[in-house]
Design a protein around this ligand. Structure first.
Ligand code: SIN
Length: 536
């Protein structure tokens, strides 16, 4: 490992968006109407985002038997007492409008005779999940947005460009230090920066997320001094493909919504023992029930039986073809499945404009914490959140009067990267899976933190001019924040289960806010509280 200092060339933009998933692209597209120059950074190719892998769809109360009130209630119930009512109200009311805007933009949602086709997912009281090309919803929406963006002259899309560090400090963000596809560093000085870099479930050994989901935006915001909250709440998806040699590919909850059932290793249906909604109980309930069944029979996986799902190949073409690649013929074959880390509920705290509290720094999508998901996200609310809060960020950006920073031509110190970063990543993932997975307790979390610290001691602190090493540094930051928050929350609620505190505790009805250089701060939600997370 060597290090050195380099002078970095400066680029300029009014706005830099870090991340090219739904939240980032939608915010960029709408903010571009102001005429401002916008640069969007994608760490890898434009196909690498979590959005691109989103199968099930996008929830919205658009049919006659449904209403924003019912969607609001379902979101609050799933959120287990930690949702912020005002933000949820914005989500369900504005979300319906955003769906029609997507349709106007040309997104071809699937239709049936009576209109838009809607499916059901866990903890929804109505069929309200829109989908496109069966189970390719995220990809289809992104394709439409990319087509629109391609003809907007004031948006520049930079693929294979890694955001290494935010410029500025907690008094104001002034741009982004980046690395281009050839490994050369450069700066983009900007009036406003948006973190839309997605989640961090790659810190787990088993995850449905693509390799890029390493929490870079959350870690960068933390280093700059932003407030991070709800890190203990991770959503585990019950049905990831669990087949030797295959990635933990997502088998959408919509498959259960269309009638598939879960069987234990004795071939018995078991979920009604745990919850009245059976296969469509909230994800945390289904995942923990599965874990219990797996532990009882020492099984590595359970079975998803989709034999009753009609027209499987047409309805779920992506799942059908992925499973076929690994020798499974659906719907006839049972699918081996187990829970895997799927969605990061916590992230960078923002207000209803998507502002982090640091001048010039905004966040939206999975990297942000708006308060809409509470302690457990309702299925298919994440794409909706990306749209609603992506638009809110765009409005704030269009109105922003922040001046572009002056040229700096600054020199930066870089670390050259470590040879065995991938091996360290694997060690980190094993630690997080073991000690901060579906079940947690004090002794395990303390052990996990000590193991992370030992791992961190081998690594130099600083900015690495190497994607794998910088990702590792970011993953370490995110994992440490997660374990700290999980240790502080001495209760069980939503996506956080402590075997030593197995029940919810009203005294813990609030958020742990973590900020660099300050002790963790607990902010209670009062009964009247209906705003998004409070400002500092
Ligand atoms: C799924 O299709 O099961 C995933 C949808 C989501 O995570 O909201």
């Amino acid at each position: 490992m060597g290090d050195g200092s380099l002078r970095c060339a400066d680029e300029y933009a009014d706005i830099v968006v870090i991340g090219a998933g739904l939240a980032g692209l939608y915010a960029a597209l709408l903010a571009a109407e102001s005429g401002k120059k916008i640069i969007v950074l994608a760490k890898g190719s434009l196909e690498d985002s979590n959005t691109n892998h989103a199968q099930g769809g996008i929830a919205a109360s658009i049919c006659a038997e449904d209403s924003p009130d019912l969607h609001f209630q379902d979101t609050l119930s799933a959120g287990a007492g930690l949702c912020h009512a005002k933000a949820v109200r914005q989500l369900v009311v504005e979300g319906r409008r955003e769906i029609w805007r997507l349709i106007d933009l040309g997104v071809p949602f699937d239709k049936e005779q009576s209109g838009l086709a809607l499916t059901r997912e866990g903890a929804h009281s109505r069929r309200r999940i829109l989908h496109a090309q069966g189970d390719a919803t995220g990809r289809v929406i992104l394709e439409t947005l990319k087509e629109k963006i391609a003809v907007v002259p004031n948006i520049i899309l930079l693929a294979n460009t890694f955001a290494l560090e935010l410029l500025g400090d907690s008094r104001g963000c002034t741009g982004v230090l980046c690395m281009d596809a050839r490994g050369n560093p450069f700066c983009i000085r900007a009036a406003d920066v948006v973190i839309a870099s997605g989640g961090a479930c790659q810190i787990y050994a088993n995850t449905t997320n693509p390799p890029g989901a390493t929490g870079d935006g959350i870690a960068m915001a933390w280093r700059l001094g932003a407030r991070i909250a709800d890190m203990e709440f991770v959503q585990f998806h019950p049905t990831a493909l669990m087949l030797e040699g295959a990635p933990r590919f997502l088998i959408s909850e919509a498959v259960r919504g269309e009638g598939a059932i879960l069987l234990n290793s004795r071939g018995e249906r078991f979920l009604f023992k745990y919850h009245a909604q059976g296969e469509l109980a909230p994800r945390d309930v289904v995942s923990r029930a599965m874990l219990r069944e797996m532990q009882e029979t020492q099984a590595r996986h359970l079975w998803l039986d989709a034999r009753t799902v009609s027209d499987f190949e047409r309805r779920f073409p992506t799942i059908y073809s992925q499973c076929k690649r690994f020798g499974l013929n659906l719907p006839g074959d049972l699918i081996p499945v187990a829970p895997a880390a799927h969605y990061f509920i916590g992230g960078v705290v923002v207000d209803q404009r998507g502002w982090t509290g640091i001048p010039g720094l905004y966040a939206c999508g999975e990297a942000s914490c708006t308060g809409v998901h509470g302690a457990n996200r309702l299925a298919s609310n994440s794409l909706l959140e990306a749209l609603v809060f992506g638009r809110r960020v765009a409005l704030a950006l269009a109105r922003s009067g922040r001046q572009k920073p002056r040229p700096a031509g600054a020199r930066f110190q870089f670390l050259q990267g470590i040879a065995n970063a991938q091996e360290y990543k694997a060690r980190l993932r094993a630690i997080t899976w073991r000690w901060a997975g579906l079940n947690r307790d004090k002794a395990g979390l303390e052990k996990g933190l000590a193991e992370l610290e030992a791992l961190e001691q081998d690594l130099a602190r600083g900015v690495y001019l190497c994607r794998a090493s910088m990702e590792l540094a970011n993953m370490l930051t995110v994992a440490r924040l997660l374990l700290q928050a999980a240790l502080l929350r001495e209760e069980s609620r939503g996506g956080h289960f402590r075997t030593d505190f197995p029940a919810p505790n009203h005294a813990h009805r609030g958020h742990w806010l973590l900020t660099r250089n300050s002790p963790p701060r607990f902010v209670k939600i009062s009964e009247e509280e209906d705003d998004v997370l409070p400002q500092a």
